[in-house]
Design a binder for this molecule. Structure first.
Ligand SMILES: [Zn+2]
Length: 294
């Protein structure tokens, strides 16, 4: 009995000492590890961005502040819209073709407000986007032609209700990005036209239920609102002041979101980074490979 007592007293002291040493070693390892650059720091090396949505006005609502930020950083931002929103009205006397023309003009005006480089309309019928080789091939060609460093689209996998076109475009863009756009045996007819494979460094999936990246858009909030208001056919006469007041009021009333994102006004995304191994088909020359994640 007596021999066990000192041993019992000694053991915790040893464990404590060991854990202090282990903690110090861990802290030293963490300090020696280079700090991951922030998203914005990484974006500073980018040249082109491609935003792909289903309808005119999607992009402004889900990523207007982020698009304005990318454009302000000098990145060339192209917005590709799969349909021209030809069913977005309750007015039975407004013909779909007329509405499509109105909405394309509204989208171009919004793109100007955000400082985007160009808008591309893919011309699919509103409400009928379908996953398949045709739409995927169209997106692959766009990626190979425009050679973006970053792509923003809908999260087509999010849980809960979402418009069918939002789901479809989100999934098709993801499948186009990996592996089709950079593996040359996918859509080999592009090669005959001189369009080579391309690797995009990252994708941001918007309106996601699993956000991993929050972007501070406070300096671009008014620009986002001005861009949304260009979509007159969809807005029901809301004024600029009302919309700003509503957004600021919502942010104020939701301290939990501020705590989660770290910002007063944020746009949130699920971020996927792709590797760009040096020398691989479609890797930009002289660019370091991006860190691999999903
Ligand atoms: Zn939409």
């Amino acid at each position: 009995m007596a021999t066990t007592t000192p041993a019992r007293k000694k053991a915790p002291a040893k464990r404590g000492a060991r854990s202090i040493v282990a903690r110090a070693a861990k802290a030293a390892r963490a300090a020696a590890k280079p700090k991951e650059p922030s998203a914005e720091e990484k974006w500073a090396s980018y040249e082109r961005a491609l935003v792909i949505t289903a309808h005119p006005d999607d992009a402004e609502f889900i990523a207007g502040g982020t698009m304005a930020k990318l454009a302000a950083m000098g990145i060339e931002v192209t917005l590709a819209v799969a349909t021209s929103g030809d069913k977005g009205t309750r007015d039975i006397n407004l013909r779909p073709q007329e509405l499509a023309a109105i909405r394309e003009a509204e989208q171009r005006a919004a793109a100007n407000v955000l400082g985007l480089h160009q808008c591309v309309f893919l011309g699919y019928p509103d409400g009928f986007l379908a996953e398949g080789p045709e739409l995927r091939g169209h997106i692959v060609r766009l990626i190979r032609q425009l050679r973006p460093d970053i792509i923003i689209t809908w999260d087509g996998f999010r849980v809960g209700f979402n418009h069918t076109d939002h789901r479809v475009i989100g999934r098709v863009v993801r499948d186009a990005l990996f592996p089709a756009a950079h593996d040359p045996h996918y859509y080999p007819e592009h090669r005959m036209r001189g369009i080579g494979p391309w690797r995009t460094a990252e994708a941001l999936l918007a309106a996601t239920s699993e956000p991993t990246l929050h972007i501070d858009i406070a300096p671009f909030l008014e620009q986002k609102v001005d861009a949304i208001l260009c979509h007159t056919s969809q807005i029901d006469g809301t004024s600029r002041d009302d919309m700003l007041k509503r957004m600021r009021g919502r942010a104020k009333a939701d301290p939990q979101r501020r705590k989660e994102t770290g910002f007063d006004f944020a746009e949130s995304f699920k971020r996927i980074e792709f590797r760009r191994p040096e020398g691989a088909p479609g890797t930009p020359p002289g660019r370091p490979a991006a860190a691999k994640r999903g």
